[in-house]
Ligand binder design. Structure first.
Ligand SMILES: N=c1c2ncn([C@@H]3O[C@H](COP(=O)(O)OP(=O)(O)OP(=O)(O)O)[C@@H](O)[C@H]3O)c2ncn1[C@@H]1O[C@H](COP(=O)(O)O)[C@@H](O)[C@H]1O
Length: 105
């Protein structure tokens, strides 16, 4: 899979020291947690609307906005995307074990 989450995460970390007048992300950090959470709410709503419209291109675009702002939230909170990937991996491992157990009964 693409390494874009890692590379983007590095940029988002570097933007913590950037000039808010030259960086969208630095400006958002400067506005604080409530502004980041508001963007996530807006992007989630736009994602829902794109799905209801049945427009796959628009849905991908809005999901990218939602994922992007979720990554900004994680960086703001001192989290790396690997933490979420590890949690998904853990759940996948658990479901795999459940399936194996069910097959052996
Ligand atoms: N992936 C993105 C990305 N996706 C979406 N956005 C911004 O997120 C905003 C989406 O909000 P909306 O759709 O509501 O559009 P808007 O009305 O312009 O938003 P507001 O200004 O009202 O918040 C837009 O301003 C987009 O430009 C992004 N801004 C930056 N990135 C990445 O983040 C990196 C760092 O960005 P800078 O900090 O700007 O250098 C860049 O190199 C990009 O790779």
């Amino acid at each position: 899979m693409s390494d874009v989450l890692n590379r983007l995460s590095e940029v988002l970390e570097a933007r913590k020291g950037a000039d808010p007048s030259t960086s969208y992300v630095a400006k958002l950090y400067g506005k604080g947690l409530d502004a980041i959470l508001k963007k996530i709410g807006e992007e989630a709503t736009e994602t829902v609307m794109a799905a209801k419209d049945g427009d796959p291109e628009k849905l991908v675009y809005e999901l990218a906005d939602l994922w992007f702002h979720s990554l900004v939230l994680m960086a703001d909170q001192g989290l790396h995307p690997d933490a979420v990937l590890a949690e998904l991996d853990r759940r996948f491992g658990l479901s795999g074990l459940t399936e194996k157990a069910a097959r052996s009964e």
